[in-house]
Design a protein around this ligand. Sequence first.
Ligand SMILES: *Cc1c(COP(=O)(O)O)cnc(C)c1O
Length: 382
Amino acid sequence: MRTNFLPFSKPSISEPEIAEVSKILRSGWITTGAKATEFEEAFQKYCTADGAVALNSATAGMHLLLSAMDIGPGDEVITPSMTWVSTVNLIKLAGATPVFADIDQDTLMVSARTVAPLINDRTRLIIPVHFAGAALDLKPLQKLAAEKQIKLVEDAAHAVGTEYHGVKIGQQGTAIFSFHPIKNMTCGEGGMFCSDDAELLAHIRRLKFHGLGVDAYDRNVQGRAPQAEVMEPGFKYNLTDIAASLGLGQLARLDSFIEKRTLLARRYLELLADIEEISPLTVPSYPMRHAWHLFIIRLKNNRSGIDRETFMMELKSRNIGSGIHFKAVHTQKFYRETLPQAKNALPVTEWNSERICSLPLFPDMTLEDVDDVVAAIKEVLA
Ligand SMILES: *Cc1c(COP(=O)(O)O)cnc(C)c1O
């Protein structure tokens, strides 16, 4: 058995990155400034996006989007229930109605097939999720959204570095990325809003800082532009230079992170293939680059009869961490009570919500760590 605990996720922070952050701390300018701009430009270049706005979280990006689109009472927004709670909370807080699309059994992603029947006159926005580092099948969704003239915005929190048909997520359309510490790259907390809609991008840039026409930082005066005035009421979601300097370091290492994650995921797939009770997610067959943000398995009926919670506890007692991504939003207390779903409306979401489990996967892990996880799984199921 392992003598030290293997967490299910851990950020990889290098000494040069720490040195860069220290430089900012000593520089006299620590909030949004030149580094945040540099980070936006580097990220935009990496994704070959038309434009990028750095924010202090992906949740902030989603809030700004709903606000920019003036989404509110009477509006419906289609999104999966198999997602992080932030999106659904924001739709609810805006006074709009979240409408849940069911997902594919083995990729946990919505599709044009599950979204189309939910569209009506009140539908304003569709927010699908690129799940676990895999790419959504975007083309049919884009076609559907265009036909119905509904905005499509990708939740790309898991998809930094993911490609679909040879195109980086973020290059086309509108996508929101997260740099929370469990994601593929981090800056402590942070997010990026990418879009090819110049007007929307300008609006997001304004709303992210009090609705002022300018950023917190003016390159010319090396400080806050004193003449700035409110164009419309906005929020306070700007990314600090402290965070941006870490983001720049992480972005430079992102491709090596993904290569390592891919190597680890392949080892998992190989070693788990002959364990009947374990069913990993499948990799979609359309052309894409998987960023392997998460390695998710489903625990199926097993001879030992143990449930998922016991399985995770048994792994923990063998020094292996694990997680759940995610407990379906519609099954959580507030949404059970305020947004009850018709029986059997989301069968695939519910089946997976009860069985999924994320195994350790992060760049500083070794192949031997994967072997340890699989050995522990075999022991627990024996
Ligand atoms: C992490 C995550 C978010 C939120 O990102 P933050 O940067 O923490 O706000 C949104 N959606 C999904 C699917 C996520 O996993």
